[in-house]
Design a protein around this ligand. Sequence first.
Ligand code: NDP
Length: 475
Amino acid sequence: MATHQEKKPAGGRKHQNMQNDTKTSQGQWGRAWEVDWFSLASILFLLMFAPLIVYYFIMSCAQYQCSLTDPLLDLLTGNKHLSDIWNNTPMLTYRAAGIYFLWVTFQVILYVSIPDFCHKFLPGYVGGVQEGAVTPAGVVNKYEINGLQAWIITHVLWFANASCFHFFSPTIIFDNWIPLLWCANILGYAVSTFAMIKGYFFPTNAKDCKFTGNFFYDYMMGIEFNPRIGKWFDFKLFFNGRPGIVAWTLINLSFAAKQRELYGEVTNSMVLVNVLQGIYVLDFFWNEAWYLKTIDICHDHFGWYLGWGDCVWLPYLYTLQGLYLVYHPVQLCTAHAAGVLLLGLLGYYIFRATNHQKDLFRRTNGNCRIWGRKPEYIECSYVSVDGTRYYSKLMTSGFWGWARHFNYTGDLMGSLAYCLACGFEHLLPYFYIVYMTILLTHRCVRDEHRCSSKYGRDWERYTAAVPRRLLPGVF
Ligand code: NDP
């Protein structure tokens, strides 16, 4: 590999194994340059049916008290026609368009024009300008991390309005839920289409673009890696975190307000869903700098999958439990509620501790302590598109010695807790755990495929040292 430049992280030891399979890892890791039939079929399926799935779930709540089977039965028995269901669906309104426009504009302003001040007074919080990971083209992007600040300002204003100003009702989101769905779709499609055109005609970094030659694949999975407008408006960071994730907790609060308006009380299940999902959202913003090192930012290109997914799929389907509880106000017995809380907190602990271990390990280049001991690891190397060789480490102790994706396991436990908070009467609130299981298992496979082509034989050594993916001894 005489033509390769060689780089090693500060304090890193030069790797001895230079036999890596660089043919596959030469700057192409994580990129499906050839689209197989299965991927294409899945993409076409999602492009056609994902918007319908979202509509079906939201419509079943609005028209069928969250029953997933009744709409189908009505249609199959001829009791109702598609047109009856559609005619009962609220259309786009000027009010919803105005709310949505103000919401997105407000989030853009918070993102681009207020530099982070939280890191100046919150001990342990990492905010302000931070660097992302090395892209396959060898670029290191800078990001303004100010999501926590945006979340706090938004929620302070929300509570100020609910308790003092009363400019709008806290049920505003629930009351406009379907008209807002059309607005979210318009933005989701607009931003994905814009990202595709931008990728062809004015990419931010041409070397980090991926063209497979398949129009549908490129539209879905994205062409540009890190599309930006100007120096700081990063599409992935903005659309992933805000407006969708900032909205998540507000949507739940709006559902709780609606429950109180309808039934005069907020049930313990609604409180549990608000608290557990609130912790997850707050964790996301507290760790936004860490998020720069996750797959979404480090490896995924920006297309419909992220653009539409962040605008529509996330705010509408991740909040199904709260929506369900508006229609079915479940009051849990103490043992059930305590069980849900325990599972949710344990899942969160595993999720956070596992992610933290890797973050600490990578930040300190292995010079840290995991569970009171020096971490064990496998040294590995990879090559970026310009031929530069980089060195890295894969940890094999702590939670990362139990399974290769134990952070996903914690996430799944938390997701199950949200669903169990809704009782056992209907299937709809369980959609989330089914979806998360598919998402994270698929992500596991996708990530491992990428890591395998990035690290070659070093990855094989790692999988031999940590043989399970999600559950020690099982899978
Ligand atoms: P990870 O944070 O697990 O990142 C995987 C990357 O970490 C790999 O590509 C590799 O990157 C590096 N890595 C893998 N194994 C090791 C190791 N042993 N030691 C050091 N580094 C390693 O995955 P995600 O980005 O997918 O997930 C982050 C979190 O976000 C997870 O907890 C997940 O549950 C959550 N999540 C939640 C979603 C939701 O919708 N709620 C969606 C997606 C994720 P490298 O190339 O740097 O070596």
